[in-house]
Design a protein around this ligand. Structure first.
Ligand code: C2E
Ligand code: MG
Ligand code: MG
Ligand code: MG
Length: 290
């Protein structure tokens, strides 16, 4: 009997192993498949930059936008959560990131030429890009060639960029000199958020949607959210709360002098649709009509 039980356990173990192995294989296969396609994605014009508006909650004006990369290939739409890490591992992010920066600058110029009052647009930046030896030169060149006011461009970085602050310090100093804005993305979810803002002058804090998700149910989370907002204000940073999806979430923030971004206002949109959204939002006096 004991032997039989042992036999079963072994059998099960083997199956688990098999299952685990198959799953790993599937993941690897998909990754390799995506990698092959990513190599050709720029030439094949499979990328698009979408824009999601940010709204000044107190007066319902448009205060900015975030550029978000979209990719559609023969396998369908692939989420940046899936493909960005692959581009980071393979180094493809350098080339793709340059493309995103250029495209965004191009659109920044167009938005104002099409009658929108100017607002800063944020681009997400991978650590790999920031730490690339020619990044600052590239940034200057793009701003120059696209004739963009650097004040209208903000770079979003996460604390991962500063795990080794000694390495990032110089490039951040150079970055500040170019005049572009610096935003700290996903603030509060990492483990070194506070020590980061101790070291680096940040223009903007983006508070992760995690805090908003639970703020309605939990007094403690609400207190944390209020405190983080206060920290940002004390540092004279612009505060953007991410992931506002409901009227209730909008309400608890409306009087706090922050900016909001989320599906409640608009999902990320292709540039042309984003422009239409902005024009009608402005014409209708902002979110009063939402
Ligand atoms: P992120 O920078 O934190 O961007 C915010 C994400 O939240 C976006 O996901 C956006 O579509 C989503 N979002 C916006 N409003 C809401 C809402 O109300 N509710 C919820 N649940 N989500 C909302 P997305 O576009 O899938 O991008 C995911 C991540 O991929 C980004 O997170 C960013 O880290 C990365 N990413 C996107 N584009 C780029 C890029 O051009 N370069 C780099 N390096 N990373 C990028
Ligand atoms: Mg971001
Ligand atoms: Mg974020
Ligand atoms: Mg994120």
């Amino acid at each position: 009997r004991a032997n039989f039980a042992l036999f079963l356990a072994k059998q099960r173990g083997r199956n688990n192993y098999q299952f685990y192995n198959d799953e790993l294989n599937q993941k690897m296969k998909r990754k390799m498949m995506l990698e092959v396609r990513l190599h050709k994605a720029i030439e094949q014009e499979e990328f698009q930059v979408y824009f999601q508006p940010q709204v000044q909650l107190e007066n319902g004006s448009i205060s900015g936008a975030e550029a978000l990369l979209r990719w559609e290939c023969d396998l369908g739409k692939i989420s940046p959560e899936e493909f960005i890490p692959i581009t980071e591992e393979t180094g493809l992010i350098i080339q793709i990131g340059e493309w995103v920066l250029r495209k965004t600058c191009h659109h920044i110029k167009w938005f104002t030429q099409n009658g929108l009052s100017p607002f800063p647009v944020s681009v997400n930046l991978s650590t790999k890009q920031l730490m690339h030896p020619h990044f600052i030169d590239l940034l200057k060149r793009i701003i120059d060639e696209e004739h963009v006011d650097p004040k209208l461009l903000t770079l979003e970085i996460t604390e991962r960029a500063f795990l080794d602050y000694e390495d990032a310090k110089d490039v951040i100093a150079e970055l500040r000199k170019t005049g572009v804005g610096l935003s700290l993305d996903d603030f509060g979810v990492g483990y070194s958020s506070l020590s980061m803002i101790k070291n680096i002058e940040i223009d903007e804090l983006k508070i992760d949607k995690l805090f908003l998700n639970d703020a309605l149910e939990s007094k403690r989370v609400r207190a944390l959210l209020d405190t983080i907002i206060q920290i940002g204000k004390n540092l004279d940073a612009k505060i953007v709360v991410e992931g506002i999806e409901t009227a209730e979430q909008h309400e608890i923030l409306a009087k706090q002098g922050v900016q909001g971004q989320g599906y409640f206002y608009s999902p990320p949109l292709p540039a042309a649709e984003f422009e239409i959204w902005c024009h009608s939002f402005t014409k209708n006096n902002g979110y009063q009509v939402l």
